[in-house]
Structure formats: C-alpha cells, structure tokens
Ligand binder design. Structure first.
Ligand code: ZN
Ligand code: ZN
Length: 272
C-alpha cells in the first residue's frame, strides 16, 4: 500500500488570482491558474492524516478533499500564508480525546504562541475566565528541529532551509520530498534529497526572476537535476505562471519529468 500526498494549494502568499489584479493569469478561466495558498495533505495507508501547513484557505481546501479527521499538523514556518488557517482545525478536535499535535521549530513555536495565545497558552489565557461559545481548537505544540521524527506513526526527516529572516522545514517522508519557501538548498540537504531516491519532489518555484526569499525557475530546475526525483512538481507559484505556457516551456526545453502543481492533485508514493 502506498501513501498519498494531495496539493491543497499551490499559490504564493497572495493566492492566484490576486485581489484587484487584471493580469492575464489572474483573469484566466483555466482552473489550473487558480491557486490557493500553499499547503498539502498526506494520507498514510494506515488511514492517518498529516496536514502540511494551515493556510488561510484551509477550510475551503479540506472541504474539497472531504477530509473528516486529522491526526497531526506539521508547520514548515510561521508566515501568514502557512499558519493563519489554524483555527479552521477546530472541528477535527471535537472527536479527539487528546489534543492534535502541531509540530514546528522553536522560532515558529514562539510566534504561534504569541499569535494564537488562546489556543497554545490556553491555561494562562483562560485562567480567570471560562471558555464560552463554540470552544477552541485543542492543539498542542511539539517543538522539533532537524532530524528524524515519528509523526502520526510514520517517519519524517526534517531539514531547515534559509527563507529570508526565518528558517523553513523541508522534509523527506518515504519516497516523497517536500521543499517549499526557501532561498536555497545547501549542499548537504541536496545530497539527502538525492540519496532518498524520491518518486515525487515538490519544490518552490515562485517566479522567473531571482527572489530574496524563494526559489526561481532556473534555480528550481537546477536543484531538480541534482536531486533526480522521478517526478518534480513546482509549487508556491505566483501569477507570473500560466499553467499551459509553463508546461509548454518545460517540454520545449526537453524537461519531461517536471510539472506545475495543480490544486487538488494527488500523488502516490512508496513508503520505503
Ligand atoms: Zn509561503
Ligand atoms: Zn495577476
């Protein structure tokens, strides 16, 4: 039995279309040019599910996938487009006797506690008042750093990558690699990704020109050539990318194992 990963969103922080933008891609009728904020859902053959980032579009995304349960959340880094859907996890907590664990690095953990005090410091926050109304998400932060962890009963290898003022996690899970929101991939991590003999690699590809915090097309392709996955899927894409044009450009350049992500697309991969 294989595991699966579904692209919940393949768009950069604004999503595509961008509010108020009249560009060709934002005005396009091609559903492949509609990109919710970057996040993903892993489903193990055990039935357990791990959410990768809680995007501001989370509710819409998990309605689309008809997701009814959640076992763990992995936060790559604490930027608004990856964490501000946190409260949408609330209904998944109702049928859980224990809190759902949220894995994040030390820096993201601090920021999440500050932003979501009512969730992550609930004892202090509700020390002198009752929790009224619809309740709060019962989530518990678990601080993780680079290394191997068991999440929802399966192995994840986490690696920190530079992303502007922050670091972001990329990970290897079975034969799947996931690399979003990074300025570069240092050589030792590239080697790990290569040695993992990935069946599918998701990789940041914001736009054509270099960027201060993200990978751009030629750099993404350069890394893909070094990592050598069976399939590479470009994600965290801006409104610069028209799906069909980008696909045609890749094929014209003789690159046949790379495709732009589409929201809702699912990929199967082996456990080992
Ligand atoms: Zn992002
Ligand atoms: Zn636009």
């Amino acid at each position: 039995m294989k595991n699966s990963i579904t692209i919940l969103g393949s768009g950069t922080s604004t999503g595509v279309p961008i509010l108020g933008c009249n560009c060709k891609v934002c005005q396009s009728n091609d559903p492949r040019n509609r990109r919710l904020r970057t996040s993903a859902l892993i489903e193990f053959s055990s039935g357990k599910k791990v959410l990768i980032d809680a995007s501001p579009d989370l509710r819409t995304q998990l309605l689309r996938t008809q997701t009814k349960t959640m076992d763990a959340v992995l936060i790559t880094h604490d930027h608004a487009d990856h964490t501000h859907g946190m409260d949408d996890l609330r209904p998944f907590c109702w049928n859980h006797t224990e809190d759902i664990p949220v894995y994040a690095d030390e820096s993201a953990t601090k920021d999440l506690k500050r932003k979501f005090r009512y969730i992550f410091e609930r004892d202090e926050y509700f020390a002198n008042k009752a929790i009224l109304g619809g309740g709060i998400p019962h989530l518990t932060l678990q601080v993780v750093s680079d290394g191997e962890y068991e999440i929802a009963g399966e192995k994840f290898n986490l690696f920190s990558l530079p992303h502007g003022h922050e670091m972001t996690f990329c990970f290897i899970q079975g034969k799947c690699g996931y690399v979003t929101d990074c300025r570069e991939i240092p050589e030792p991590v590239l080697e790990k990704l290569h040695d993992a003999q990935l069946e599918v690699l998701f990789i940041d590809c914001l736009r054509r020109k270099p960027h201060t915090t993200h990978l751009h097309l030629d750099l993404s392709l350069d890394y893909i050539a070094k990592i050598r996955p069976q399939i590479a899927v470009l994600t965290h894409m801006s409104h610069e990318w028209d799906y069909q044009e980008l696909m045609s450009e890749l094929r014209t350049r003789g690159i046949n194992n790379v495709l732009p992500a589409q929201d809702g697309q699912t990929f199967l991969y082996s456990k080992t």
